[in-house]
Design a protein around this ligand. Structure first.
Ligand code: AMP
Ligand code: ZN
Length: 143
């Protein structure tokens, strides 16, 4: 896509701090890391897809294999790692080219990737379970 910053990185029109590259996937440092200690890495397919639902399964498996490699490397230095992937504006996706965030975590860091835990009211978890099973069935029927 012409106006996509990650397509431009994939096609070398704009530079990045690349950590890994093959025919399908590239991993590079996020320019605005979640932690002062750096290391926050993005892993993307070179081809443009907006959301995880659009990426072919085989390519997704290749991307995840790279996510795993980078996570292994980061864990040599960090205390933990969050792997995050945002789909849609409501989920905090700003760059509309699918990307996996690999965020190094340290015991003393101030990154807040947590939420207040809610409780299901009586009968609500059963209803939600039925609703999602039905939606999933519909998705599984599609090729
Ligand atoms: P998201 O909110 O999930 O869409 O995250 C997009 C991420 O892309 C942000 O963490 C940005 O800091 C990062 N980003 C945007 N432009 C660049 C760039 N040119 N090089 C590296 N990272 C970038
Ligand atoms: Zn793109």
């Amino acid at each position: 896509m012409d106006d996509c910053v990650f397509c431009k990185i994939a096609s070398k029109q704009i530079p990045c701090f690349s950590l890994y590259e093959d025919d399908d996937v590239i991993a590079f440092l996020d320019i605005a890391p979640a932690t002062k200690k750096g290391g926050h890495t993005l892993v993307i397919p070179k081809k443009h897809y907006e959301s995880i639902t659009e990426v072919p399964d085989e390519l997704l498996a290749k991307i995840m294999a790279v996510v795993k490699k980078i996570t292994n490397a980061i864990l040599k230095d960090a205390d933990g790692v969050n792997v995050l992937q945002n789909n849609g504006k409501a989920a905090g996706q700003f760059v509309k080219h699918i990307h996996f965030h690999i965020v190094p975590r340290y015991n003393d860091d101030k990154i807040g990737i947590t939420w207040e835990c809610e409780k299901y009211d009586g009968g609500e978890i059963e209803k939600e379970h039925e609703k999602l099973k039905k939606l999933l069935e519909e998705c599984l029927l599609k090729p």
